[in-house]
Design a protein around this ligand. Sequence first.
Ligand SMILES: [Zn+2]
Length: 154
Amino acid sequence: MFTVLRIRRDLVDAIVAHARRDHPDEACGVIAGPDDGSDRPERFIPMVNAARSPTFYEFDSGDLLKLYREMAANDETPVVIYHSHTATEAYPSRTDIKLAQEPFAHYVLVSTRDADEHEFRSYRIVDGVVTEEPVEVVESYMFANTGSDDVPDA
Ligand SMILES: [Zn+2]
């Protein structure tokens, strides 16, 4: 079981920008990564919230099918599944928990309820059990596993 979300800063920025753009509706999307156990989010895929709702999100079923076919063809997996909350904290709702079907994904929640600051949090959701995990933002994955502190800022 992975207990940390390690994610590049540009991907965090892309998620937050998408959430801000769709506010006050919820925004949603996926970050795919290689299906090799590396747990590395790489390809940012903003999705349409088919519900176009400020309190609910739903992937369009056709888009989702297309995405899963594409990921299968690329040997990718949905490493991150994100959506935004626009009036409440960045914590999975009861509906989010019920609909979570990827035990190996990092469920990222962004809250845009504050116009100036955002919350960015990550969870595992397995069998209805929510576990928050730390988020480690890195400039590059190249040095992510060395544990050294002398990595230069990009
Ligand atoms: Zn939600």
